[in-house]
Design a protein around this ligand. Sequence first.
Ligand code: LHQ
Length: 265
Amino acid sequence: MRTDYQCLLVKQDGGVLTITMNRPEKLNAFNDTMLGELTEVVESAAQDNSVRCLVITGAGRAFGSGQDLTSFAERTTTDESFKVSSHLTNYHRLVFAIRNAPKPVIAAIQGVAAGISCNIALACDMRIAADNARFIEAFARIGLVPDGGGGFFLPRLVGMGKAMEMSMLADEVSGPEAERIGLVNKCVPLVEFESTTKAFAQRLAKGPTRTYALIKELIYKSVESDLPTTLRLEGELQDKAFETADHREGVTAFLQKRPAQYTGR
Ligand code: LHQ
């Protein structure tokens, strides 16, 4: 696994790969380099069997402040043929990399998560926030619509009314409020943020990883599907889960009254 990135810190601890966006002087705003590097590392970690859980987080006092507006403004003024939608396809590749990774991807958010950084956190499978977190769908503040998948993830996580409010008013949502409305799985005091994230990720990394991939497929397909289709898919995926070594280990461990030792196979 490559770890020498310009705008990221990448560290593996057992089965957990922690990817830290590292442009703290810009509150980890996305420039092209950071976006390309993050996409590359998620895509390669998806293929690497030694990685069984990914954590995406930010250095300094933020998760991320969205698109780097300085570099973006320079480009849009110098290149007349520039189209935002083509630029967005680079973010879409990252969104797909996260969603299609056959293992859990966690966002760990402290401080501000604004604009497309907020929506990249929403693309992850689960979110842990510190109590100083500030979620801002900042787009409407600069006359834009939510991008990076925000229009898809937000109403599915918090419901239509709250998604409209967050998108139109673009007010800050605090960490505790984010937990209350289902935007994050858990909000903890800042002093417990690192240890909670680590314990959560290590627990997932020691789980039945192949089954987790099947769970991602089942849950994500179900929200775009009907009941008969989902029940058919459930059967197909359960046939696959039934064949895993981890299923056999889980049943054996239960019968032997001991904790299961999952290998991810
Ligand atoms: C920044 C940024 C930033 C550059 C803070 N860029 N420097 C958009 C365009 C097209 C295509 C793709 O899609 C997108 C998606 C988007 O993400 S749109 C939304 C873009 N993001 C924003 O509009 C948020 C802009 N930032 C802010 O509103 C504030 O900085 C927040 C609320 C994030 C944080 O406020 P504070 O905690 O008060 O920090 P600050 O404003 O003092 O920022 C610290 C520094 O970071 C500052 O630089 P300086 O040199 O003055 O210390 C900011 O200029 C810089 N920074 N965000 N996105």
